[in-house]
Design a protein around this ligand. Structure first.
Ligand SMILES: Cc1cc2nc3c(=O)[nH]c(=O)nc-3n(C[C@H](O)[C@H](O)[C@H](O)COP(=O)(O)O)c2cc1C
Length: 174
C-alpha cells in the first residue's frame, strides 16, 4: 500500500517556464475545484483568474500580489485570486468553515493540475484591499489567497514533512 503518486510528487515551484495554458485547461481545473465537498453544499469558493497571454488581465492580478510573490510569478501560465463567501446564502449566518471548503476546492484543483503535468503554488501574500478595489469584488466576499499555475522549469524540491506520529494521535492527543 502506498499513497497516490499525484500526492507524493506534488510540490510548489518558484521557477516556472513561460509556456501558456488554454482557457479549456484552466476551466478543467475549476471544474475539479467545484467538485469538492462543502458545508450545506454552499460552495463558498470563488476564483478570479488571468492567463499569461491575456496581458492586461494578467498584469492586474500580478499587481495584487505582495512584492515577494511578484518576483517569481511574472511568467507563470495563470494567476488566480481565491475568495470565500463570508456568510451562508441559505440563512445569512456566518460561514465559519468557508476557508476549510475553499482549501478542499484548491486541493482538488491542485490534483487535477498535477494530473495534467502542471504545478500549483499557493500564496497568502496578496494585497486584499487592492484586490477589492480593482477586481470588482461584491460585498460579502473576502479575498484569501492567490494561486500560480504553470509548468515547472527548475529543480524538483520536496520540503520536509512532519511524521504521521506527529500529526495523528490514536485515541487521545499525545
Ligand atoms: C495557504 C498557503 C499560503 C502560502 N503562501 C505563500 C506565499 O505567500 N508565498 C510563497 O512563496 N509560498 C507560499 N505558500 C507555499 C508554501 O510555502 C509551501 O506550500 C510549503 O512550504 C510546502 O511546500 P510544498 O508546497 O512544495 O510541499 C503558501 C501555501 C499555502 C497552502
Amino acid at each position: 500500500m502506498k499513497i497516490l503518486d499525484l500526492i507524493n510528487n506534488r510540490f510548489s515551484p518558484t521557477d516556472f517556464s513561460n509556456k501558456q495554458i488554454t482557457e479549456e485547461e484552466i476551466k478543467l481545473l475549476f471544474e475539479a475545484a467545484g467538485k469538492a465537498a462543502s458545508a450545506f453544499n454552499e460552495q463558498p469558493w470563488r476564483f478570479v483568474y488571468a492567463l499569461q497571454q491575456d496581458k492586461e488581465e494578467f498584469k492586474l492580478l500580478h499587481e495584487c500580489l505582495v512584492e515577494g510573490n511578484r518576483t517569481w510569478t511574472g511568467n507563470v501560465s495563470a494567476l488566480v485570486i481565491t475568495f470565500i463567501s463570508l456568510t451562508y446564502a441559505r440563512n445569512g449566518k456566518e460561514n465559519a468553515v468557508a476557508k476549510h471548503d475553499l482549501g478542499l476546492a484548491v486541493g482538488n484543483l491542485t490534483m487535477q493540475a498535477s494530473s495534467m503535468g502542471l504545478h500549483v503554488h499557493q500564496m497568502a501574500g496578496i494585497l486584499p484591499e487592492k484586490i477589492k478595489e480593482v477586481l470588482n469584488v461584491p460585498d460579502g466576499f473576502q479575498p484569501l489567497t492567490a494561486i500560480a499555475i504553470g509548468y515547472n522549469n527548475g529543480e524538483i524540491k520536496f520540503k520536509p514533512r512532519k511524521s504521521v506520529e506527529e500529526i495523528a494521535f490514536k485515541g487521545k492527543w499525545k
